[in-house]
Design a protein around this ligand. Structure first.
Ligand code: MSP
Ligand code: ZN
Length: 553
């Protein structure tokens, strides 16, 4: 019986389109999932969706003069299209603003209420007296208490770098109305996270969490877990708290339940999926959750505690990744490095980004940088120069002289075996999310394949009719090595792999197929599969990104 796994990636907010930052984690998860899907011993589902609640979504809908529901629908569709075009192989993309999620949030809430995990008390918060709403910190600006710089946010100063509390800002104003915020009291609901300290510690030690995550958790336990504010006052966009007309669940309360809601929604199309088998306390299936480092607290403390207390299973592992920088800096609109997924797609092949990120991704929580100079060199040198080159230099002979037919015997079984045997190590790297090492090993094999063709020189041998048979065997050998490389690269380059399957005239490749060489078989005409990346493509991409930034002010 294959081991069943459910894999999730963090649900992007529904207030805008996806950018390259979102794609880091999506692509990381997708490569991992596609690797799993190519193994006979696992059966894997990959679900995600958009996160539809919270103040920014409400404000954005207001700005566009549409309902939040309509905004979510549009953004969801747009995000789904982007993800599909980046070959993200999702089994379902749903939304937290759904019937399924509403039911779930009420179930969670009731169960925790019964257990005495919910408390209520009054707190003071910043309030916009013109807009008549409580203000999240991000909507308050003012003068830096240290250097006096204007228009600084309530946590740190962009000019002098000082950090401070929002209440320390001088002459604070609401970015929504310009009014001076006042303090106002309101009753809030809290989840007593501290009740789960011991269970969370046990969970943490049972799991294979990254060492940096364990370190962070130790720090948080050291400081002591505290109750967590799970309510927000109207106006807010979210689910009403039962029995309250003007209070809503905080977006982060129902957001992770959105993973489950996406699963429940998928069940409509997949009657074979059993909810309890995946989510029940006794589940023997795996639940892997990929996220970015900024949302670790929610996924390693709140969410497991909410699951545990509501009688559901906890995650098997939470895998955290770092942030994307472009040319060594945070993505920036003014520098033209804030690049939306669609802007990228308008100019460059999505598999180039997948490949480039794969050459950089590892299991640690490290930020990773795209420098487009390096990006272009890597893609051209590895994919075009090494990998595809093996096929383009051998396929032409098979067509021209051998009627598209591969030879009957395998010329170099030893070399073939070297490639097959490398699978164990490459698979290990994929499994452990050491993609950069996997790629290095695969490219090492590509070098071997090219050296082999270089040494055999089929273009020279073919001139003597006596060598015809040897050339046939050499080119067949080279295409077999190319086929093995294609298996290993398929999690990263799914579309190219599909085109190669068509070229080789074979069914979908799986890792198991590596053992059997492809011989005495008719292939199709080879067409160039990946084109060289030109500086002009990158310039055009940057230009469009800059234009977008200027249009949005
Ligand atoms: N809606 C929440 C997640 C709820 S999960 C129950 C959220 N949304 S987000 O749109 O801000 O981020 C979605 C994912 O993208 C997160 O994993 C986040 O870490 C990741 N990234 C957003 N910007 C990023 C970069 N610049 N670089 C890498 N990942 C980034 O958080
Ligand atoms: Zn300052």
């Amino acid at each position: 019986m294959p081991q069943k796994m459910l894999v999730t990636y963090a649900l992007p907010y529904a207030n805008g389109s996806l950018h390259l930052g979102h794609l880091v984690g999506m692509i990381q998860t997708d490569i991992w999932v596609r690797f799993q899907k190519m193994q006979p011993e696992t059966q894997c589902l990959f679900i995600c969706g958009c996160d539809g609640h919270g103040t920014p979504i409400m404000i954005q809908a207001e700005k566009l003069n549409i309902s939040p529901e309509k905004l979510i629908d549009e953004v969801k569709e747009n995000q789904e299209r982007d993800l599909k075009d980046f070959w993200i192989d999702l089994d379902n993309y749903y939304t937290t603003h759904s019937k399924e999620n509403h039911t779930l949030v009420e179930t969670f809430y009731e169960r925790h209420l019964k257990k005495g995990n919910i408390s209520k008390h009054t707190i003071k918060q910043a309030y916009d007296p013109e807009k008549n709403m409580f203000l999240p910190d991000r909507y308050i600006k003012g003068e830096c208490p240290r250097c006096g710089a204007k228009d600084q946010y309530g946590d740190s100063c962009e000019v002098c770098g000082a950090t401070y509390a929002p209440t320390e800002l001088k002459n604070p104003y609401s970015t929504l109305s310009g009014a001076k915020p006042i303090e106002k009291e309101s009753e809030h609901y809290f989840f007593k996270l501290q009740n789960y300290t011991d269970l969370l510690k046990q969970w943490m030690h049972k799991q294979t969490l990254q060492s940096q995550v364990i370190h962070k958790l130790d720090e948080w336990f050291e400081m002591g877990l505290r109750e967590w504010d799970i309510s927000r006052d109207a106006p807010y966009f979210g689910f009403n708290i039962p029995g309250e007309s003007h209070k809503y669940f905080y977006v982060w309360f129902d957001a992770p339940m959105g993973y489950m809601a996406s699963f429940v929604n998928l069940q409509k199309r997949r009657s074979d999926l059993d909810f309890d088998a995946y989510w029940g306390k006794e589940s023997t299936f795996d639940l892997y959750q990929f996220i970015g480092k900024d949302i670790m607290y929610f996924h390693t403390l709140f969410w497991p505690a909410l699951l545990q207390g509501a009688n559901f299973r906890m995650p098997t592992a939470v895998f955290c990744h770092g942030f994307l920088t472009v040319d060594g800096q945070k993505m920036s609109k003014s520098r033209g490095t804030f690049i939306k997924a669609r802007t990228y797609l308008n100019h460059l092949n999505p598999e180039y980004l997948r490949y480039y990120l794969a050459t950089k991704l590892n299991e640690r929580i490290e930020d990773l940088d795209i420098s487009f100079e390096d990006f272009m060199q890597r893609v051209n040198a590895d994919l075009v120069g090494k990998y595809i080159n093996i096929a383009s230099r051998s396929a032409s002979f098979i067509h021209k002289y051998f009627d598209n037919q591969l030879s009957k015997a395998l010329l170099e079984p030893e070399l073939f075996k070297t490639f097959v045997d490398k699978s164990a190590s490459i698979s290990e790297k994929y499994k452990n999310r050491e993609f950069s090492v996997a790629i290095r090993e695969i490219m090492g094999l590509a070098d071997l394949a090219n050296q082999y063709v270089d040494a055999k020189k089929p273009w020279a041998s073919i001139k003597d009719p006596q060598n015809k048979e040897e050339v046939h065997a050499v080119c067949t050998m080279a295409l077999n090595l190319f086929r093995l490389l294609t298996i290993y690269l398929k999690p990263v380059l799914p579309d190219t792999a599909k085109k190669i399957e068509a070229f080789l005239n074979i069914p979908e490749l799986h890792f198991e197929d590596r053992h059997q060489p492809l011989l005495d078989h008719t292939i199709q005409i080879f067409t160039p599969l990946l084109k060289r990346l030109e500086k002009t493509d990158i310039d055009a991409l940057k230009k469009e990104a800059l234009q977008h930034a200027q249009n949005n002010g």
